[in-house]
Design a protein around this ligand. Structure first.
Ligand code: SF4
Length: 326
């Protein structure tokens, strides 16, 4: 793996205020609460965790779609934590996003030509070159020149996602936040889109943050994976290591819930059931946020929040008991 750091987050926080009625105190949803992470050039960093754990918010904060509440964020060594919109212009083309729901992400009143033309206009590409660029990009995502005159409602979900990907590529990005890009697609289409993303990555030297629910697909596409729980990373390691040797109890529970095709293996495998629901990010538990659901929780776990530490080379885990339970 190329070790050039593209994006670096240090103790990154993103809180959303929730106003109380009748003059009560403002509370904060701590969607991202102290994430420290490097994303290396050319890698695909997978992000997994239950719905509501902060995957999308983390990705959107990394590309500065959201302002940063606290901590530090850098892009290629440049501090962009508090960069103003004018300064961010330089970076915005470098960092793009592919949304989960391609239908709501595309303007329904614009045809594909208008959808792709807009960002090209904004980067100042001469009109004479734009048509050729649009046709080139459509071809790269497996669509045809004739599709330029069609509107989003005329396509299937998979085709709409391809248009969303073509739009993200218009401005020659370096980094793409893939925000659950296959979650809304038919299973038969998911693999096609993932394969296409891989091909585009190789061809254009892209770096991805790939957030998803589907753990087997994340394993397939990711170089490294981060497991998120209630706004923070609880485990980070290479894709293979995570699936072969998960060290955090939450990761172990998530992986044990993946269905296994082989009935013998399924019988042998011990399923670790998660207790209770994901707590509200408005009211996070004291100490280790996972402690109310963790079968190994001790008194220390309920008092002190563990930080992410390197237990083995390149394998980081946030758990007081990781050595004892593994
Ligand atoms: Fe469980 Fe304690 Fe580890 Fe948290 S720190 S995951 S509660 S054992």
């Amino acid at each position: 793996m190329n070790q050039e750091i593209l994006i670096a987050a240090e103790n990154l926080k993103k809180y959303f205020p929730v106003k109380k009625f009748l003059g009560g105190k403002t509370q904060y949803v701590k969607a991202v609460d102290g994430v420290t992470l490097n994303i290396y050039k050319g890698e695909t960093f997978g992000l997994v965790g239950e719905s509501g754990c902060g995957k999308s918010t983390l990705g959107r904060t990394l590309i500065r779609m959201y302002d940063v509440t606290g901590g530090k964020l850098s892009y290629k060594g440049r501090d962009i934590t508090n960069a103003k919109p004018a300064e961010m212009k330089e970076f915005q083309n470098k960092m793009q996003i592919i949304f989960q729901d391609p239908y709501s992400a595309l303007n329904p009143f614009w045809n594909v030509e208008e959808i792709l033309n807009e960002p090209l206009k904004q980067i100042g590409m001469p009109e004479a070159e734009r048509r050729e660029r649009m046709e080139y990009l459509l071809n790269k995502v497996g669509m045809k020149q004739e599709d330029l005159i069609k509107f989003p409602y005329e396509f299937s979900g998979g085709q709409r996602q391809r248009i969303g990907i073509a739009r993200a590529l218009t401005v020659n990005p370096e980094f793409i936040m893939c925000d659950e890009p296959i979650a809304a697609l038919d299973v038969s289409i998911q693999a096609q889109v993932v394969n296409m993303l891989e091909d585009l990555q190789n061809e254009f030297g892209l770096t991805y943050l790939f957030a998803a629910h589907d753990l087997s697909m994340v394993r397939y596409i990711s170089t490294r994976i981060g497991v998120m729980y209630l706004g923070n990373l609880v485990e980070v390691t290479t894709s293979n290591e995570l699936y072969e040797r998960p060290l955090h109890p939450y990761t172990q529970a998530l992986l044990s819930a993946i269905p296994v095709a082989d009935p013998h293996k399924a019988r042998e495998r011990q399923r670790m059931k998660l207790q209770g629901e994901l707590p509200s990010p408005l009211n996070v538990p004291q100490g280790c946020h996972f402690s109310p659901r963790c079968p190994y929780a001790t008194e220390e776990c309920k008092k002190t929040c563990p930080s992410l530490r390197e237990l083995e080379s390149g394998h980081f885990v946030a758990c007081h008991m990781a050595e004892k339970i593994n």
